[in-house]
Design a protein around this ligand. Structure first.
Ligand SMILES: Cc1cc2nc3c(=O)[nH]c(=O)nc-3n(C[C@H](O)[C@H](O)[C@H](O)COP(=O)(O)OP(=O)(O)OC[C@H]3O[C@@H](n4cnc5c(N)ncnc54)[C@H](O)[C@@H]3O)c2cc1C
Length: 389
């Protein structure tokens, strides 16, 4: 398999890397201190990103996006992954590919303004009683006249405080299991919609994670995204690519940043009259991190190549999710160790990168759920040389 990057791809990576270093990373300390990204800084970052052609690069050009292939999206997301989540959201956008299923009316009302950065959205699937088992949701949309009324609750909805609308999963046919779930585009200012608590997290400072409460929220007919009952299928079909980009590729970026910090510290820090990088036990931590980062990167690129070739690499994405997220955890742990006490001290970014790393094994499907997906597919295909076809 030839995965050498073209000169255009190398240039793309270099451009995004410099943009992230120049515009995103210097904002991180302020976010940690204040606990949020100041709205005027968020606006300025979005405008710079848009003017540099970085916003919504993952969306096809016909909808006003950057039109990147899946592989190019991964290259870009890896570079953005060096930065904090909230900064990526403002600079790259939250334009979920599931919105590409919009009809003509929905395109004008939700998709195009989102690609242009005039509107922002969150995806709202998880409920207090339904996490890994996303088909067990209780939120219910019932027909009223031409439209619907929505009742129920969601939680952990990322960026919910900032979003103008939500892509919400709800049961439309309680007797049809996962085929009775539909997706709705729900504007934040509708009556009956209350944005609840901002749920404080271990890391990801600056990103809000909110509860949503729907009490008979009236939705017009255009709010139904895709066909009735197709919500679960739409999510399965489109969130794989999002997961590969937003979790796996970003995990590779974050781990690379941590490795760079480790190397630099190991060269500078002296104990027993020499740089600690001269000690073999430190070298092993650096070497293992480099090996695992490269392995994760190749899993991401391989799955992305399949997407670009029109295949559905569901199991490969699960493999990349498990490996990249767990690899990030190991690299973050080594980074703290190499930095000694300074790794545990909030004076250096290693401490918060370690906390930020922990969520990667949980959101977008836990390691356990993705391992189940992989194991089930092995039973189905029974192949030893899995994934070579
Ligand atoms: C910071 C953050 C941001 C998030 N952002 C969003 C968002 O924007 N939108 C959204 O909809 N959701 C979001 N989520 C929700 C996230 O996707 C869920 O937390 C995740 O899917 C796990 O669900 P759960 O927390 O209910 O855990 P549970 O499903 O209760 O799992 C608990 C434990 O049981 C294990 N387990 C469950 N089922 C099985 C099984 N069959 N086999 C083996 N082990 C199993 C799990 O792996 C886990 O270890 C976010 C969560 C967090 C923490």
């Amino acid at each position: 398999m030839d995965l050498n990057l073209t000169s255009e791809q190398v240039m793309l990576v270099d451009t995004v890397r410099k943009f992230v270093e120049r515009e995103l990373l210097p904002l991180e300390e302020g976010i940690e201190e204040k606990g949020y990204l100041e709205p005027e800084l968020a606006r300025a970052l979005f405008e710079k990103s848009r003017d540099n052609g970085m916003y919504a690069m993952n969306i096809p050009e016909e909808f006003g996006g950057g039109g990147l292939s899946a592989l190019d999206t991964m290259l870009v997301e890896e570079q953005f992954g060096h930065a904090k989540d909230i900064l990526i959201r403002r600079a790259f956008g939250n334009v979920y590919e599931v919105l590409l299923g919009a009809n003509a009316v929905q395109r004008d009302r939700w998709l195009l303004p989102t690609v242009q950065g005039e509107r922002t959205c969150s995806i709202a699937i998880t409920e207090p009683g339904a996490g890994s088992d996303a088909a067990a949701i209780r939120s219910r949309a019932t027909r009223r006249g031409d439209g619907w009324v929505l009742s129920g609750s969601k939680h952990f909805i990322s960026d919910g405080e900032f979003s103008d609308f939500f892509i919400v999963s709800a049961v439309t046919d309680p007797d049809a299991g996962s085929r009775g779930i539909s997706l709705f585009l729900v504007d934040k200012d509708l009556p009956g919609l209350v944005v609840g608590r901002n749920q404080k997290m271990m890391g990801l400072t600056g990103t809000s994670h909110v509860e949503l409460h729907f009490d008979e929220v009236p939705l017009d007919a255009d709010c139904l995204l895709g066909a009735e009952g197709s919500g679960f299928g739409q999510v399965l079909k489109t969130l794989g690519r999002v997961r590969l980009a937003q979790v796996c590729a970003r995990a590779v970026g974050k781990a690379t940043r941590l490795l760079n910090m480790m190397v630099s510290y190991a060269n500078d820090r002296e104990q027993f009259g020499q740089a600690i990088g001269g000690f073999q036990m430190i070298q092993q931590m650096l070497a293992d991190s480099a090996i695992e980062i490269n392995a994760a990167r190749w899993l991401v690129w391989d799955a992305a190549r399949d997407i670009d070739n029109g295949k559905d690499p569901r199991e490969k994405i699960s493999m990349a999710k498990v490996y990249a997220s767990e690899m990030l955890g190991r690299v973050a742990d080594r980074a703290v160790q190499v930095h000694g006490g300074m790794g545990y001290c909030a004076d250096l970014p290693v401490e918060r990168l370690y906390r930020d790393a922990r969520i990667f094994r949980i959101f977008d499907g836990t390691s356990e759920i993705h391992r189940s997906v992989i194991a089930r597919s092995l039973g189905r295909h029974g192949e030893v040389l899995y994934g070579t076809a």
